[in-house]
Design a protein around this ligand. Structure first.
Ligand code: MN
Ligand code: MN
Length: 304
């Protein structure tokens, strides 16, 4: 078998004309339990070639969509340097009016993307909200003395767009101290939807609930792969049982697609399984591209 091309499958467009731009961030230096997500961008690229270019559910062929692969950022030692580089790279993607698709690496990259989106004026005067699919709150102020840790990603994001505009979905793990701190700092302004509630009410109702809480038309979607049950996504740093299904996540992407201003997928650690989590990650990246493209083509109105 010959070597696969280094780019994400069907990402053949030059940067200037790309509707979607893929950027890899192979950074996992703050991972607390087990690291390895630095290998995920290239593992997803490898896995992306295993799928048909045509996505039958959307009537979309990825070879007809202008996708650019920006390659990977360098592997930084300090998280603050990585976040700054992500912000700069995403600002460049947004300047060419392309949709940013960021492949982590760990969750600590998300505040860099959100900062670039905010500075670009994404969402217009009302701004944009952030939906985070995650088993964890990621709302610690610091973790192991690092404010840029992956365990603080959603708090750093909330500091930029407001705690009312960030809703984690799929949560099932938080420390008592973190929960007390959240209540003390934000009270009712911070809302989240547990994995149990998704199971009881369904993903469609959960996403609509989150959109109602946020009250903004435009949404950034951050997908921490550990939102999924380890049965679907065992290749991750902090697996948490009793999670979402792969179909739940696909459903969320489908509902959110007409609203999305950007997307990241983080915390895949390919060394902990036999390739299935990276394959799922690659498929979810393709799902976002196809669903966003199809919704634009259809001119779907954004309604609450
Ligand atoms: Mn996370
Ligand atoms: Mn997580």
């Amino acid at each position: 078998m010959g070597a696969r091309p280094p780019n994400f499958a069907d990402a053949n467009s030059p940067a200037e004309r790309a509707e979607f731009s893929i950027l890899g961030v192979p950074f996992d230096a703050t991972s607390s339990f087990r690291s390895g997500s630095r290998a995920a961008p290239n593992a997803m690229r490898d896995a992306s070639w295993n799928f048909e270019t045509y996505l039958m559910e959307h009537g979309v062929d990825l070879t007809d969509i202008a996708i650019h692969d920006c390659g990977n950022l360098e592997d930084f030692a300090r998280p603050q340097d990585m976040v700054e580089a992500v912000k700069e790279a995403v600002a460049g993607i947004l300047k060419s009016r392309s949709f940013p698709m960021i492949l982590g690496g760990e969750h600590s990259l998300t505040p860099g993307v959100v900062a670039a989106l905010k500075e670009s004026g994404a969402g217009g005067p009302q701004g944009f909200g952030v939906i985070v699919l995650d088993a964890h709150m990621d709302f610690r102020d610091q973790y192991l003395n690092m404010p840029q840790s992956h365990a603080c990603a959603s708090r750093r994001t909330a500091e930029m767009v407001g705690p009312e505009s960030v809703v984690p979905i799929g949560v099932r793990s938080v420390s008592r101290e973190e929960m007390e701190q959240i209540n003390k700092d934000f009270g009712d302004r911070f809302r989240f939807i547990t994995a149990d509630r998704v199971r009881q009410e369904g993903m469609a109702a959960s996403v609509k609930n989150a959109l109602g809480l946020i009250g903004k038309d435009r949404i950034y979607l951050s997908l921490d792969i550990d939102c999924l049950d380890p049965a679907y996504a065992p290749g991750t740093g902090t697996p948490e049982p009793f999670g979402l299904t792969a179909l739940d996540v696909r459903e969320a992407i489908g509902i959110l697609a007409p609203r999305l201003v950007g997307f990241d997928i983080v915390e895949i650690a390919p060394n902990y399984d036999s390739g299935n989590t990276a394959a799922l990650g690659a498929r979810l990246v393709r799902e976002v591209i196809a669903a966003v493209h199809a919704s634009r083509r259809a001119g779907e109105p954004v309604s609450r």
